[in-house]
Design a binder for this molecule. Structure first.
Ligand code: CTP
Length: 412
C-alpha cells in the first residue's frame, strides 16, 4: 500500500547502486521507495554485481535493471538520455568512494555517471565505505565538490562496519534515506519560485591588509542564509555566494565560499547567466587596501605615530548585476544607521534596483549577529513594513512577496 503521507507518490526515482557491501540493502531500499508510491528503475555499476543480483532488483522494482552504457537492446527501448529525462530524482545508494570520485570529476565513464551528468533531476547520494576511506581528505574533498554542485548527501551513519571497523561510513538505513528523499522532494519543483534560479550573496567580505590582517564588518550572513533557504523551500534552484564565517546551508543549495569583494564579484558573474532572481544581502566592503602586502607589516617600520593605509574602491557588485541585464529581477539590501527609509529609497533609485530591503542596524535588538530583524521592502509600487521578527520568518515573507510582486517579470 502506498504511504500517502510521503511525497514520493508517482515520482520517478532512478536508483543507482554502486559496488559496496551495503548494496545488499538496495532491494530493501527499492521496496521502501515502492511502498512510498514511487516508480523505481535501477541502474547498477559493474562492481555492484559482486554484492547483489539483477534478478532480485528486477523483481522488487518491477523493471529491467540497466548496467551498460552500450546495451543495444536497452538503447532501442529506453536510451540513456531518455532514462536521464525520465528521472524526477536520482538516488545513488550505496555511493562508494569510486562512484563519488567519478561524479565529482564529472566523468561519463559508465551508465550511472553518464546519467547523473545527462539529467537535470536533483541527485541524492548515500555514501557507504570503510571509516578510514570516508575520513580520507580526497573523499571529503569530492563530497564538498558535489555539495557545491547541488548534490544532497544523506549520511553516512556511524557504527559497526562489515569490515570489522567501527566508525563513520555505514550507509544510512533505507527507511531514513526514503525520509530524506521525501523531505527534499517536497520542496524541489513546487512552490512560487519553481523553475527559477535564485542567486543570493551573503556575509561579510574580507579585504587583506597583509597575510594576517584584514578589513571586514560585523555581518553574520544569517539573513542571507535564511533568504537562500526560503528560496529553496519556495521551489527555486539556489546559488549561494557566501563570505567568510557563514554557517552551513542545506545540501541542495549550490554554495560557493569567497573571501574578498573581488572574489564575490567574480563568482557572481560566473553564475549570472543562469540567474533569474538576484538578491544581494552581502555586506560587501566598499574599499580595500590599495597595496595588500605579501609579508606581515612590522611595527615601527615608520617613524610617525600615525600609519597611513591607502584604500581603493571595490566594484559595486549589485550595480554591475543590474548593468549586465542578465537577471530578470535584482533586489538589494541596505543596512542604514540614520534616515533609514530616505537613504534606502535613494539607494534603490541610484543602483536602479527592482526593490530594496532596508534595516536600521543602529537598533541593538536587530540586525548584525541577532536572530531577529526588522525590515521594510521598498519597491516601485509601494513599501511593506515587516516589523520585528526572526530572520527566518522575514526571509519567508520576503520571498513570497517578491515571488508575487515580480511574477510577471520572472515568468516572462
Ligand atoms: N553592494 C554590492 N557591492 C558593493 C557594495 C554593496 O553588491 N561593493 C550591495 C549590497 O549587497 C546591498 C546593496 O549593495 O545589496 C547596498 O549595500 P550598502 O552597503 O548599504 O550600499 P553601499 O552602496 O555600500 O552604500 P553606503 O555604504 O554608502 O550606504
Amino acid at each position: 500500500m502506498p504511504n500517502n503521507t510521503l511525497n514520493l507518490s508517482g515520482k520517478h526515482i532512478l536508483l543507482g547502486v554502486s559496488g559496496g557491501i551495503a548494496a545488499y540493502k538496495a532491494p530493501i531500499l527499492v521496496r521502501r521507495l515502492v511502498e512510498a508510491g514511487a516508480i523505481v528503475q535501477v541502474v547498477m555499476t559493474a562492481n555492484a554485481h559482486h554484492f547483489v543480483t539483477t534478478t532480485t532488483l528486477q523483481a522488487v522494482s518491477g523493471h529491467v535493471v540497466r548496467d551498460d552504457l552500450w546495451d543495444q537492446a536497452a538503447e532501442a527501448a529506453m536510451g540513456h538520455i531518455e532514462l536521464a529525462r525520465w528521472a524526477d530524482h536520482i538516488l545513488v545508494a550505496p555511493a562508494t568512494a569510486g562512484t563519488i570520485a567519478r561524479l565529482a570529476n564529472g566523468e561519463a565513464s559508465d551508465l550511472l555517471s553518464t546519467l547523473c551528468l545527462a539529467s537535470n533531476a536533483p541527485v541524492s547520494l548515500a555514501p557507504a565505505m570503510n571509516q578510514q576511506m570516508f575520513a580520507h581528505p580526497a573523499v571529503q574533498r569530492n563530497l564538498t565538490t558535489l555539495k557545491t554542485d547541488g548534490y544532497q548527501i544523506v549520511g553516512p551513519d556511524s557504527g559497526d562496519q562489515a569490515c570489522g571497523d567501527t566508525g563513520l561510513g555505514r550507509m544510512t538505513e533505507p527507511e531514513e534515506i526514503v525520509q530524506a528523499l521525501n523531505a527534499s522532494s517536497a520542496k524541489i519543483g513546487t512552490g512560487p519560485l519553481a523553475g527559477q534560479t535564485l542567486m543570493v550573496t551573503t556575509g561579510p567580505t574580507r579585504e587583506a591588509i597583509d597575510p594576517v590582517r584584514y578589513i571586514s564588518n560585523h555581518s553574520s550572513g544569517l539573513q542571507g542564509l535564511a533568504v537562500a533557504e526560503a528560496g529553496r523551500q519556495a521551489g527555486a534552484r539556489v546559488i549561494l555566494i557566501a563570505g567568510p564565517g557563514v554557517d552551513p546551508c542545506h545540501g541542495d543549495i549550490a554554495r560557493f565560499n569567497v573571501t574578498s569583494a573581488q572574489e564575490m564579484y567574480d563568482r557572481v558573474h560566473e553564475h549570472l547567466p543562469e540567474t533569474d532572481l538576484f538578491i544581494g544581502v552581502a555586506a560587501v566592503a566598499d574599499y580595500r587596501p590599495a597595496n595588500a602586502q605579501q609579508q606581515k607589516i612590522k611595527r615601527h617600520t615608520q617613524a610617525e605615530d600615525q600609519v597611513q593605509l591607502p584604500l581603493i574602491e571595490n566594484p559595486d557588485i549589485i550595480a554591475s548585476v543590474v548593468q549586465a541585464q542578465q537577471a530578470k529581477v535584482v533586489v538589494g539590501f541596505a543596512a542604514e544607521t540614520n534616515d533609514t527609509l530616505q537613504n534606502a529609497r535613494e539607494k534603490r533609485a541610484r543602483k536602479k534596483l527592482d526593490a530594496i530591503v532596508v534595516n536600521d542596524v543602529s537598533d541593538q535588538r536587530i540586525g548584525f549577529n541577532s536572530l531577529d530583524n526588522a525590515v521594510t521592502l521598498i519597491h516601485t509600487g509601494g513599501e511593506i513594513d515587516f516589523g520585528v521578527q526572526p530572520k527566518t520568518a522575514i526571509a519567508e515573507q520576503l520571498i513570497s512577496q517578491l515571488a508575487e510582486l515580480f511574477a510577471p517579470k520572472l515568468q516572462a
